[in-house]
Design a protein around this ligand. Sequence first.
Ligand SMILES: N[C@@H](CCC(=O)N[C@@H](CS)C(=O)NCC(=O)O)C(=O)O
Length: 317
Amino acid sequence: MSPDYPVILHHFPQSPFSEKIRLILALKNVTWTSVLISRIMPRPDLMPLTGGYRRTPVLQIGADIYCDTQCIVRELERRYPQPTLFPSGYYGLAAATAMWTDRPFFQNTVNLIFGSVADNVPQEFIDDREKLRGAKFDVAAMREAIPQMRDQFRAHLQWIEAQLRNGHSWMCGDRASLCDVNAYMNIWYVRTNLPDLDKMLFEFPATRSWEARIRAMEHKPCKEISPASALEIAANAAPRTTVLADPYDPNHRKPGDQVEVMPDDYGKIKVSGEIVSLSSQHIAIRRHDPRAGEVVVHFPRAGFLVFDQSRQAEGVA
Ligand SMILES: N[C@@H](CCC(=O)N[C@@H](CS)C(=O)NCC(=O)O)C(=O)O
């Protein structure tokens, strides 16, 4: 029988998107292994696994690699369905909250934090994030915008509060869901960086106790290994993603097609490979790397662009 591979999270402590996954691993009571990566590039032992995708976190199970928290959440829910992140039939809405929490809400939070700590942001971090964004990481402009950012942050907080009023403990009812974890990520990010979150939460009592409840959940890795050991695990494993076609793919993509996949917002690095499996919510591509061997890298569809290389070669696109 082939071995069971550890659930490995490549992350760094200050990363809010990683916190989202650390929390989900705790909620689902999953035994996991931590690989601490540097907060800025380079990450020489991770890139062979992802094919160049550089955002944090990344989940690895053997030689199957999951990029972006949308994709990681989907896989964790598939492997560990109980307790579910989608109680009370909230699958669509809870998953779709990522388009709120991970984009406008997160950008608001980033501007608020980095505007507030503007004088203390190391130049090498600024340089790295400018490469990531393909645009200026302008901490002076962020500082100027703090009053606007406070207004925006307050509006986001009020939406959370509105969901928690009427005696609900969680945003989708009586059980924690992905909606809570997604929204909490931004509160956690402010909590760990700014001293005045309590002031901002003062008018939102339900959100205050919700935050305290989530914060109290333990989420520690069971084991830590080095990036090099994680790479070795992939090199000695075979991907287990099974072939899956999508009869409704609007662009008639299919397993075997050669494509490039890239985020549509930042960290726009194209990762190329051959489609193994696809649906409205995921695309998994096979790659070969001299150090990692054969890997299958999974991406979400919302917020990602797919470029067809096979069809370009055939002159179709
Ligand atoms: N949509 C991505 C966003 C991830 C993201 O922006 N992560 C931050 C760290 S919290 C990042 O990648 N920063 C640059 C880096 O780590 O290279 C996801 O859901 O995973």
